[in-house]
Write a protein that binds this ligand. Structure first.
Ligand code: NAD
Length: 336
């Protein structure tokens, strides 16, 4: 029987993975610890590992996996920017789950947008304290506003449909335009949008695509949403933009340095990251801890595809979910 080790296991991961692995005749062992240089020895005796999105699979970890005889890295996420594909080479096959529920992420982006615009996060706290004052609660209509969507893949498209339902004007930026969307250069998108939402992957080209220069181009009062990858935004530049009142609000489901913090209860600890602490302290910054994907539908789909990827690999079947090193080189050449 094939054996897989799932790292960074959370209670909400287990039911779907147990069900899918059981159906496929695969034994699965859950480790609560992250997959790292310190824990890679736990992979000994397993055919494959299922790491988490924030487990850094650098050369050292991958060398360790190869030494333990591991042949498969079955990512349970879409992005693979945390994996050294060159180090994996031909020694270890890397698979991903390209799509699980684009609606989960798009709907979370909208949930954050409506929350920040209509101040429901403040209202919830106020009314629990029997404070029914409306002072400071003035929002604005989304109807008639312009949203700029960066990246119109699966999630970006789902968001476009939702925003059109709100009666918003949608403009977009993507190297691979689709037919029925108004595409503009990134500079124009930044300058024209009342709301900007990021849905492109993190690559060398998109790293810090929202920096001081990009923020300077934006409308005063813009609402910035990032449910994609933290490092798309230069967090220090964002904080400066919020303090300067240039950025009207920020909704962040991801954060540049989230790796050691997100997904864990740090409530008893002193937060070392001053930028994050300052952002959290802002009344117009809403932060969730990388939970945009977290719906039951998405969890079921993630487990289903991850286990199917493993089955395909073990049975020597080709799969478009396999990530190869050249995919990084084949990324579209995009200018900002
Ligand atoms: P996708 O591959 O379907 O779409 C990505 C789009 O981005 C493509 O159309 C691509 O052409 C475009 N793109 C690439 N480089 C670009 C650039 N420099 N500028 C503008 N557009 C560019 O991916 P998806 O399923 O829509 O997911 C988008 C991202 O969302 C993922 O890369 C992942 O980082 C993130 N994500 C986050 C969560 C979460 O829980 N917060 C969950 C899933 C995915």
């Amino acid at each position: 029987m094939r054996k897989l080790a799932l790292f960074d296991a959370k209670p909400y991961d287990r039911p779907a993975f147990e069900r899918c692995a059981g159906r496929a005749g695969i034994e699965i062992k859950f480790f609560e610890t992250k997959l790292s240089r310190d824990t890679v020895s736990l992979a000994k005796g397993f055919d494959g590992v299922i790491p988490f999105v924030n487990d850094a699979l650098d050369r050292e970890v991958i060398d360790g996996l190869a030494q333990q005889g591991v042949k498969l890295i079955a990512l349970r996420c879409a992005g693979y920017n945390h994996v050294d594909l060159q180090a994996a080479g031909d020694r270890i096959a890397v698979y991903r789950v390209p799509a699980y529920s684009p609606h989960a992420v798009a709907e979370h982006a909208v949930a954050m947008l409506l929350t920040i615009v209509r101040r429901t996060h403040k209202a919830y706290i106020r009314t629990r304290d029997f404070n029914f004052s409306l002072n400071g609660m003035v929002g604005f209509d989304l109807h008639g506003k312009t949203i700029g969507i960066v990246g119109t893949g699966r999630i970006g498209r789902a968001l476009i449909d939702i925003c059109r339902g709100f009666g918003m004007r949608v403009i977009a930026y993507d190297a691979r335009p689709a037919a029925d969307v108004e595409y503009v250069p990134l500079e124009q998108l930044l300058a024209q949008s009342d709301v900007i939402s990021l849905h492109c992957p993190l690559t060398e080209k998109t790293y810090h695509m929202i920096d001081e220069t990009a923020i300077a181009r934006m409308k005063k009062g813009v609402v910035l949403i990032n449910t994609s990858r933290g490092a798309l935004i230069d967090a220090e530049a964002l904080l400066a933009g919020v303090k300067a009142r240039k950025i009207g609000a920020a909704c962040l489901d991801v954060y540049e340095e989230e790796g050691d913090l997100f997904f864990e209860d740090n409530s008893g600890h002193i937060l070392e990251d001053d930028v994050l602490a300052r952002l959290i302290s802002m009344p117009n910054v809403l932060i969730t801890s990388h939970q945009a994907f977290l719906t039951q539908e998405a969890l079921d789909a993630i487990a289903e595809t991850t286990i199917q990827n493993a089955v395909d690999f073990f049975q020597g079947r080709d799969s478009e979910n396999r990530v190869r090193c050249m995919e990084k080189a084949a990324e579209p050449a995009l200018s900002r």
